[in-house]
Ligand binder design. Structure first.
Ligand code: F6P
Length: 324
């Protein structure tokens, strides 16, 4: 392997730049050419490549987003699209690639590898932390810190006005952001898709909370929760059934995907980038780099794309106790 490409794909996450930097610098260290692919698989199809050397990635470790840009690419889902991408890689003399992204990006890499036997290694980059084979994904730590900071601020105003806030957080189909940030920010209730406690229990808990002397409350709602009502409908429901509360809603949205990565995400991405390049040079392909018990591990991409939905039961218990 003489030339490795790196791309970021799917929803961006803080720490992707640190990952790109790591892949580029590891290549430079090992005297291998490195090429950046812009706009994920879309750029691969269009041949949007740029050679990257160690100096091209100066001063990006601290930056959110991705200097290579990202895209969710429908064309890569088609055989014709993947053929175009393969032709571009061959023309450019690229021998392997590292893709930093989430489930969708890995699913694309898997099919591409099956069709062309093209060496590929994945690095998990998503704020959702929903990838099997890694306890942490790049960007999750930053996102939960961003959410905690936002909720701390919401709590100030909630408490001044004795209000109840429903705060919706991201996470697609999983509740990792909600649960972790909820415990970290001391939320009164956390609604996650993995555990549908139902509307009755929510009302009971809010009643209990008020009775116990709490004047304001924060309920974190994971965007994919299964309670059957979105945050605005929840507000109406509580106002109707529990008129003791003055209720407001805050949807945190895409601010959760931005911002300077935490030190944890920078270090994680740096470690994973080294491992990704080393693995390709050892002849490995179709694996994702992950971390478990602080050790870097490789999981077949076919395994990694099975959604990571088991929730941390111990943390659920802690949350239950803390909301007493
Ligand atoms: O996968 C990351 C994520 O931010 C999810 O939490 C969210 O559901 C989705 O992406 C939003 O996607 P988009 O940026 O396309 O609106």
């Amino acid at each position: 392997i003489k030339k490795i490409a790196v791309l970021t794909s799917g929803g961006d996450s803080p720490g992707m730049n640190a990952g790109i930097r790591s892949v580029v610098r590891t290549c430079a260290y090992l005297n291998i050419d490195c090429v950046g692919v812009y706009r994920g698989y879309q750029g691969m199809i269009e041949g949007d490549f740029k050679p990257l050397d160690a100096r091209s990635v100066n001063n990006i470790i601290n930056k959110g987003g991705t200097i290579l840009k990202s895209a969710r690419c429908d064309e890569f889902r088609t055989k014709e699209g993947r053929k175009k991408a393969h032709d571009q890689l061959v023309t450019e003399g690229i021998d392997a690639f590292v893709v930093i992204g989430g489930n969708g990006s890995f699913a694309g890499a898997l099919i591409f590898n099956e069709e062309y036997n093209f060496p590929v290694i994945g690095m998990p980059g998503t704020i959702d932390n929903d990838i099997l084979g890694s306890t942490y994904t790049i960007g999750f730590d930053t996102a939960i810190n961003t959410v905690v900071e936002a909720i701390d601020k919401i709590r100030d105003t909630a408490s001044s006005h004795n209000r109840l806030f429903f705060v919706e957080v991201m996470g697609r189909d999983v509740g990792h952001i909600a649960l972790n940030a909820g415990v970290g920010a001391g939320a009164e209730e956390i609604l996650i898709p993995e555990q549908n406690l139902g509307l009755e229990r929510l009302l009971e808990s809010l009643k209990r909370s008020k009775k116990s002397g709490k004047s304001s409350s924060i309920v974190i709602v994971a965007e994919g929760d299964k309670i059957g009502k979105n945050v605005f409908e929840l507000k109406e429901y509580v106002e109707e059934h529990l008129p003791i509360y003055d209720v407001r809603v805050s949807v945190l949205g895409h601010m959760q995907r931005g911002g300077n990565p935490t030190c944890f995400d920078r270090v994680l991405a740096s470690r994973m980038g080294v491992k990704a390049v080393e693995s390709l040079l050892e002849g490995k392909s179709n694996y994702m780099v992950g971390i478990r018990d602080n050790q870097l591990i490789l999981t077949p991409i076919s395994e990694a794309i099975k959604a990571h939905t088991e929730i941390d039961e111990e943390l659920v218990k802690v949350s239950d106790i803390m909301t007493t």
